[in-house]
Design a protein around this ligand. Structure first.
Ligand code: 13P
Length: 250
């Protein structure tokens, strides 16, 4: 039985004051035992989040360097340093980084490996653009994004990772994939993993991301292969995020 995970990606949002307010409200949420919860604040606020969230909300980073450890990589933060700061997870391959920082599948695979080498759980994000969906290439696109990481990291690495399906056209647009559209891709992704290892596929949590809100979360999370959500905008509001967490509970 896979435990649902609801994760909030704060992206480049929040001032010190806003982050303090949000952390205070999140720390006050009554969480169900049956759901794992994580937040991914901006790098500057990670330590503050680790210190402020004692109610079993895990803290993760939004990105890490391609190498773990320490060294000459100006401007980068390594998974080792994130772990030292108290992070337990890290997003890799978010579509905004693939697009804005031109991160290739190879770079994403390196980050996935670096994250695990430092003891972090990578949350590998995959998703197709609107054009790729309209060309009927949604499943082919996400399959290649996952296979690129399997080639480098090996399938067993997915026993300690999370996968997130985030259709690019649904991110921050208010357009959500229907639960059928999402389930179809999640099932296909689990099938890709199962071709390598049935047991890893059975245990792997696959989150859906893309305009998840309190009012669409229950239907999405009810799908057989959807094991929770990666929530952007709605995770900045503690009440809304709390309602999404409740939707994932049993
Ligand atoms: P929104 O929930 O704002 O669409 O963002 C989704 C996302 O990119 C989470 O990583």
């Amino acid at each position: 039985m896979r435990r649902p995970l609801v994760a909030g990606n704060w992206k480049m949002n929040g001032s010190r004051q806003e982050v303090s307010d949000l952390l205070g409200r999140l720390a006050g949420l009554e969480l169900q035992q049956s759901v794992d919860v994580a937040v991914f604040p901006g790098t500057l606020y990670l330590e503050r989040a680790v210190a402020g969230l004692k109610n079993n909300i895990a803290v993760g980073a939004q990105d890490c360097a391609i190498r773990d450890g320490h060294g000459a990589m100006t401007g980068e933060t390594s998974a080792t340093q994130l772990r030292d700061a108290g992070c337990v997870m890290v997003l890799v391959g978010h579509s905004e980084r693939r697009e804005l920082q031109a991160e290739s599948d190879e770079v994403v695979a390196e980050k996935f490996v670096a994250a695990q080498a430092a003891g972090l759980i990578p949350v590998l994000c995959v998703g197709e653009t609107l054009q790729q969906r309209e060309q009927g290439r949604a499943i082919e696109t996400v399959t290649e994004q996952v296979e690129a990481v399997i080639r480098v990291a090996g399938i067993d690495a997915f026993a300690n990772a999370v996968l997130a399906y985030e259709p690019v056209w649904a991110i921050g647009t208010g357009l959500t994939a229907t639960s059928e559209q999402a389930q179809q891709v999640h099932e296909a992704l689990r099938g890709v993993i199962a071709c390598h290892s049935a047991s890893v596929a059975r245990e792997l949590r696959i989150l859906y991301g893309g305009s998840v809100k309190a009012d669409n979360a229950s239907e999405l999370f009810a799908q057989k292969d959807i094991d929770g959500g990666l929530v952007g905008g709605a995770s900045l509001d503690a009440d809304e995020f709390g309602a999404i967490i409740r939707a994932a509970g049993i």
